[in-house]
Design a binder for this molecule. Sequence first.
Ligand code: PEP
Ligand code: MG
Length: 595
Amino acid sequence: MSTVHDGLPISEGIAFGPVRLLRWGVPDVPHLTVSEEEIDAEVERFRSALVHTRQRLHELQGSTESRLGAFEARIFDPQLLMLEDVEVVDGTIRYIRENRLTAARAFHWRMLELQALWIRTSSPMVMDRLNDLEDLMVRVLHRLLDLGEPGDLIGDGEPAILIARNLTPSLTVQMDPEAILGIGADLGTRTSHWAILARSLGIPAVAGLVDLSRRAKDGDQAIIDGRIGRLVLDPDARDHRVYRDRQTRIQSWEGELAQIAQLDAVTLDGQPVSLRANIDLPAEAERARDYGAGGIGLFRTEFSVVGRATMPREEEQYLAYRQVAEAFPGHAVFIRTFDLGGDKFPMFLNMPAEENPFLGWRAIRVCLDREELFRPQLRAILRATAHGDVRIMLPMVNDVEEVTRVRELLSEEEEALRRAGTPFYSGYKLGILVETPAAALDAVELARHCDFFSIGTNDLVQYTLAVDRTNARLAHLYNPFHPSVVRQLHQVSRVARAAGIEVSVCGEMAANPLGAFLLLGLDITALSVAWPSLPEVKKVIRAFRMEDARQAARRALAAPTSADVTSCLAEGLGEAVDLKAFSGRWSLSLPANLD
Ligand code: PEP
Ligand code: MG
């Protein structure tokens, strides 16, 4: 009988085929000792295993760069750094010398200790880096125990859907998309390095499938749908029909996308809307352009540095920002400075464990405290202004002083660039994300110091309602249509208009049809959404009249409850758009729930 397993969508695409279990793991390491005379030779064996591993990682990095690109190649950096780390190298050698352990046993022991240290923090980012550590552990131990290359574990049999407990970046990057039809893993998240590589390779993948690797057997049949994060084991004829039909509909939807991308974002009565895209990585800029983005409304720069063991260099950042700017000639590109902390932190910052990380040391607070991190980023963005309409956007600002301090830093960096003869455009715009009630309520003051506002509704909703945006248990309370949110949106829009500065919204709310309708009704005519949502949002915008949106927004502002706000909007928009078609981000003509 077929069973449905729902996990996290990692990489799009639907695949059908036989299951192949990928059995890999840290090999068993016997507890063996060596004699006093053999110690030096054992240390030497360890060092040469490190040299071999470094060479192999460099080869993998090189082939990844030519096959997938520079960003993907950097995924191997943490492992290369760990190979140099004194904690790893000297720690292992000490165990060989002091306890007369074999190199394999000493290394294994040291790595387990480091793993235990890292596990004490349960942050998803650290968990992802544990996966890198495991990858390295397998690689070095395979060498020390003469077990061959770990990549051979993938095998080269018939095309199959691989199922594993977890994957590693180096196993994933060696997969041939012709032979590996899909990947299902018990563990992993969207930010795991193997997940990023699976997306780049275009292999449909689902993670977080709990214990699927223990339930599935070699040769079982499976269907994987990476778009909704589902794997069907032992599918029956009906499942095959449903997913084949879904595959056909996705293809025709993609055809429709191409057409929508060419159309203007304009309401039925002629109000033009600046419809921009949110991206996390520079390589997404081109996808966003193909999806019809009129600029980048939010570039989350921190995604290029989370999990990194060293500070990103200015040059590397400049090239990334320039790549995005050049993808959008004549359009605005809003580069948000590092929004680190909360649930995103890189290893190089040694962020303290905090009781309430979302109310803690994050975003602009981190950057202003760590100028050695912030100044190179400001310089890199300034240099990118020479290549397009690049704007600087500061996250989590509460106070005017934060903006004025950034202006001081910027003018010092501008001066340095001038002295060095490095080109930049001095008329660039600096603005903030309005994402705390403090900023929304203090918008009048902040507007005097900003060239634009972009409202980050994802955080504004969480901070206004005191509802953690990542807590699935509270999802029903996380309501962007709460009257308190609607009033703040109205207030920020009014203040920005009076001050003559642009106001946009770059939170998920803008991708919700009712949200887009409300925001336009509040005269917020610049929206930025995750790039895959662009066609849907454009379709909605083109289906209603600005006048109707304004009227519905007026009624929503007077509504006493969230439910009343939603029904005012649904009534106003209902006739123009079939709301049932929009049950989620990918939902137009593709309902997430197929049953
Ligand atoms: C927001 O808070 O709405 C926002 C756009 O930023 P992020 O989702 O990255 O916190
Ligand atoms: Mg935010």
